[in-house]
Design a protein around this ligand. Sequence first.
Ligand SMILES: C[S@@+](CC[C@H](N)C(=O)[O-])C[C@H]1O[C@@H](n2cnc3c(N)ncnc32)[C@H](O)[C@@H]1O
Length: 196
Amino acid sequence: MELARIDLPEDLTGLQILDIGCSDGFFCFECEKRGAARVVGIEDFTSTPRNYGLSGFNIASGILGSSAKLITDSVYRLSPEEVGTFDMVLFLNTLYHLKHPLLALERIGSVLEPNGVMLLKTYFHQDLRLKRWGLDLTKRPMMRFFPHDELNRDSSNWWAPNRRCLEDMLRATGFSELVRLGTWGDRIYYRCARAA
Ligand SMILES: C[S@@+](CC[C@H](N)C(=O)[O-])C[C@H]1O[C@@H](n2cnc3c(N)ncnc32)[C@H](O)[C@@H]1O
């Protein structure tokens, strides 16, 4: 199940958690249920054409009596001065929706505690391996660009990095400790942290 695939700890007691692209807040509410002391979701509801997340978040929040906070803004404007810092960031299924993925990773790094953890799930480009002809694209960091709606007929999809590119982008933005949790279909999962 998805919560196991992202490796969300059962016990989040006392932690401060930020959910990027939180949509209707499913993961925010789950973190609260697992004991997180402070949960913040950030969502740019203008970025996806069919996003019903705002009403979903508010309705679910009311029913659950949640104190998770929703910030309606872009990940690009995250700063510790505005939102504080967090022990854990959830960055799930959002990276490939971003025009500026490196900027987003830098902004996320700026609000993560030095020993904090980012749980990442994203769509990724799966490489062609034609080793017989010496063509092994897995060694080259590459991102596929979707200028229109080529990926799933969704014009809010911009980039699909291959695995090598994704890991290089993470390292280039300070996430030098990467644990690949696995793949599921066309998604890849990581636990990311900075060097100790
Ligand atoms: C595919 S949904 C993922 C929702 C949820 N995280 C999940 O895994 O189910 C991607 C979300 O990212 C949001 N998003 C896109 N660009 C964003 C940005 N610049 N800042 C914050 N959120 C953004 C979209 O509005 C959308 O709700």
